[in-house]
Write a protein that binds this ligand. Structure first.
Ligand code: NAD
Ligand code: DAU
Length: 340
């Protein structure tokens, strides 16, 4: 265990109106009194200020703006102890339809943030994805570790990999006080309806058959977003500068198993879904070995009962239709145009 602890009083959370960023803001407000959060969010189609509405205004401030806006970023970084960087274009299917915003936000946006952090000596935590490691075969006993070579497959994951490499270079060359985490697939409340679990749940609420890509056997390593938040806080405050930590909770499941669990919750037969066109370049399997994070920092996931977490998430979407309804029609129109 490290013997030094970083105790930030003020943090900037980029993308704090998105899915994982907003769950992290709730986590910090609940678990770490005395920490002030400034959310910097452009409010793209994926950002929703309602995600952080109701949090105390003396603890959380929302600044609507772009992480590529160097003047704005410089001002916010000059006033903070740390930046936790979640903002991104995050959806693989969108990156295949149009990669350009992914290059801009994920690469140039990260560059803008780390330049400001090095100017002002702010601590920087970079939130990334296990997709930078490419994929594994279904029968491969291996899992990703911090030593796995980068081999991203999609425009999205290649821009995330690029941003990770910028951070590594800035840490080594300029002494940027940075840590990086690469996490597996998150689920929980506030996830956009374009993503797998919310899409199927909201389809079923609407009486529409769920849509499964390919042969349905692709494996994702699910983690509750609350466990991702506790891991990021742990790395921000106790992680070693310049280090990468993988975050995962041993939650490997194939897509058809997850879908059948969702169908069961709606009382539907297990084959009541449509097979649709596969995603080009579709990664087969992700799997995280989080030994370093567990051993070195003593982190443990708490929400490891996937069936219970999924049931709670389904309830959240049933109870919060006003939150997801405005995005549903346009999202499904986009999928229909792609044959998905
Ligand atoms: P999301 O799409 O739900 O939210 C992204 C947020 O970033 C939105 O609020 C959006 O408005 C904001 N944003 C986008 N472009 C911006 C810009 N130029 N300037 C300022 N704000 C901007 O994404 P998410 O699923 O919550 O993912 C958050 C982060 O976590 C991403 O970096 C993603 O790569 C990473 N990640 C996601 C997962 C997952 O399972 N979803 C897993 C591992 C890592
Ligand atoms: O692994 C971490 C990554 O997880 C994050 O970096 C990404 O930001 C996040 O979006 C997620 O990427 P995936 O591509 O794995 O998630 P998605 O929800 O898009 O899809 C999950 C799986 O479900 C994937 O195998 C594709 C499949 N799928 C998806 C949709 C939307 C379907 O079968 N049907 C669908 O309708």
């Amino acid at each position: 265990m490290p013997d030094t602890t970083f105790e930030p009083k003020r943090i900037v959370v980029t993308g704090g109106c998105g899915f994982i960023g907003s769950n992290f803001v709730h986590h910090v407000v609940r678990e770490h009194p005395g920490v002030h959060v400034t959310v910097l969010d452009k409010l793209t189609y994926a950002g929703n200020p309602d995600n952080i509405a109701g949090l105390p205004s003396d603890r959380v401030e929302l600044v609507v703006g772009d992480i590529c806006d160097a003047d704005l970023v410089d001002r916010l970084v000059s006033e903070t102890d740390a930046v936790v960087h979640y903002a991104a274009e995050s959806h693989n299917d969108n990156s295949i339809a149009d990669p350009s915003p992914f290059l801009k936000t994920n690469v140039e946006g990260t560059y803008t943030l780390i330049e400001a952090c090095r100017r002002h000596g702010a601590r920087y935590h970079h939130v990334s994805t296990d997709e930078v490691y490419g994929d594994l075969a279904l029968d491969d006993p291996a899992r990703f570790t911090e030593e796995t070579p980068y081999r991203p497959s999609s425009p999205y994951s290649s821009t995330k990999a690029s941003s990770d490499l910028l951070v590594r270079a800035w840490a080594r060359t300029f002494g940027l006080r940075a840590t990086i985490s690469n996490c597996s697939n998150n689920y929980g409340p506030y996830q956009h309806v374009e993503k797998f679990i919310p899409r199927q749940v909201t389809n079923l609420i609407d009486g529409v058959r769920p849509k499964l890509y390919g042969d349905g056997r692709n494996v994702r390593d699910w983690i509750h977003t609350e466990d991702h938040s506790s891991a990021v806080w742990c790395i921000l405050t106790r992680g070693r500068i310049g280090e990468t930590y993988l975050i995962g909770a041993d939650g490997e499941l194939d897509n058809i198993t997850v879908l059948r669990e969702i169908l069961k919750a709606f009382g539907r037969p297990e084959d009541d879904f449509d097979w649709v066109r596969d995603r080009p370049g579709h990664d087969r399997r992700y799997a995280i070995d989080a030994t370093k994070l567990r051993r070195e920092l003593g982190w443990e996931p708490r929400r490891t009962d996937f069936a219970a977490g999924l049931a709670e998430t389904i309830r959240w979407y049933r109870d919060n239709e006003a939150w997801w309804r405005p995005a549903k029609e346009a999202t499904e129109a986009r999928y229909a145009a792609q044959g998905q």
